[in-house]
Design a protein around this ligand. Structure first.
Ligand code: NAD
Length: 273
């Protein structure tokens, strides 16, 4: 990562869900490099979460980092994660709602379990974490020396919040719903100075889509969907998340920022005018 340490989030604490791999891992590092304390939530890969925490703690001018295992779809566990973060760091200022899965199937063969698990983690998990974050922001009150906002929530959605996705209906339905979750929260809590936004990544090189970018054929097909002609890297999302959590983006709320190399520009029409 070629990002330089900065102090835009000094004195703040951030929870990153699904922070032990891929996009969440890159965001945890970017946020840590901005001087924030980071709670790295993980589901199963403790070793990787520990490695990220050590890396953050090892960088000069970075905040502290702890790890915490939670299934974000389980209410009690999410409440426990916030309790631990508040006990350790005093409060929570930033939530990165990142954890997500895919369980793909042709729609007519999709089981209720495949539908439910994706909705539980990708949508209900974001609801549960956002609710605990907002409770804490309101309870703590403003800290004008730390941030202009009472708190910041960043949902990691997807280009599939607007691009329909055959064979992935559960995933697209969850990501589409995040738009209304995010915008309704921004509307409900804007007056209280809580900023709520989404980052909508395009194709990013992470474990979730290794079956696509892992082969030459898959990569060639993928690039046809990306006007900028390269796959995204997790750090592309990390740098945007750090900026979106900082006061530099203080007037942005209720918006999805597409970080997709132009995937949402309908590249199929490039030579079809
Ligand atoms: P990833 O598989 O590396 O990350 C997903 C993370 O979520 C993993 O760390 C996993 O352990 C965690 N997780 C899964 N179930 C969980 C649960 N019940 N509780 C807590 N954590 C859980 O893949 P990624 O690409 O880094 O995905 C991160 C987010 O980015 C997801 O929401 C995904 O939908 C979104 N996204 C990814 C891409 C892409 O191209 N990689 C594109 C658009 C959106």
């Amino acid at each position: 990562m070629n990002q330089k340490p900065n102090q835009r989030l000094k004195g703040q604490t951030c929870i990153v869900t699904g922070g032990s791999s891929g996009i969440g891992l890159a965001i945890a590092k970017s946020i840590g490099m901005e001087g924030a304390n980071v709670v790295i939530n993980y589901y199963s890969d403790k070793e990787s979460a520990e490695k990220v925490a050590k890396e953050i703690e090892g960088m000069s001018e970075c905040g502290s980092a702890i790890i915490h295992q939670t299934d974000v779809s389980k209410e009690k566990q999410v409440v426990g994660m916030f309790k631990k973060a508040i006990k350790k760091f005093g409060t929570v200022d930033i939530l990165i709602n990142n954890a997500g899965i895919q369980m793909d199937a042709p729609f007519h063969e999709m089981t209720l379990d495949q539908w439910q698990r994706v909705i539980d983690i990708n949508l209900t998990g974001q609801f549960l974490c956002a609710r605990e974050a907002i409770k804490e922001f309101k309870k703590r009150g403003m800290r004008p020396k730390v941030s202009n906002a009472l708190g910041k929530i960043i949902h990691i959605s997807s280009v599939h919040e607007v691009i329909p996705w055959a064979g992935h209906v559960n995933y697209a339905a969850a990501k589409g719903a995040i738009v209304m979750l995010m915008q309704s929260l921004a509307q409900e809590y804007g007056r209280e100075k809580i900023r709520v936004n989404s980052i909508a990544p395009g194709a990013i090189r992470t474990p979730i889509n290794e079956d696509v970018w892992g082969s030459k054929k898959g990569m060639k097909k993928l690039k046809k969907l990306i006007p900028y002609n390269r796959i995204g890297e997790p750090a592309d999302i990390g740098s945007v998340a750090a900026w979106l959590a900082s006061d530099e983006s203080d007037y942005i709320t209720g918006t999805s920022i597409f970080v997709d190399g132009g995937m949402t520009c309908y590249p199929g029409f490039t030579e079809n005018g």
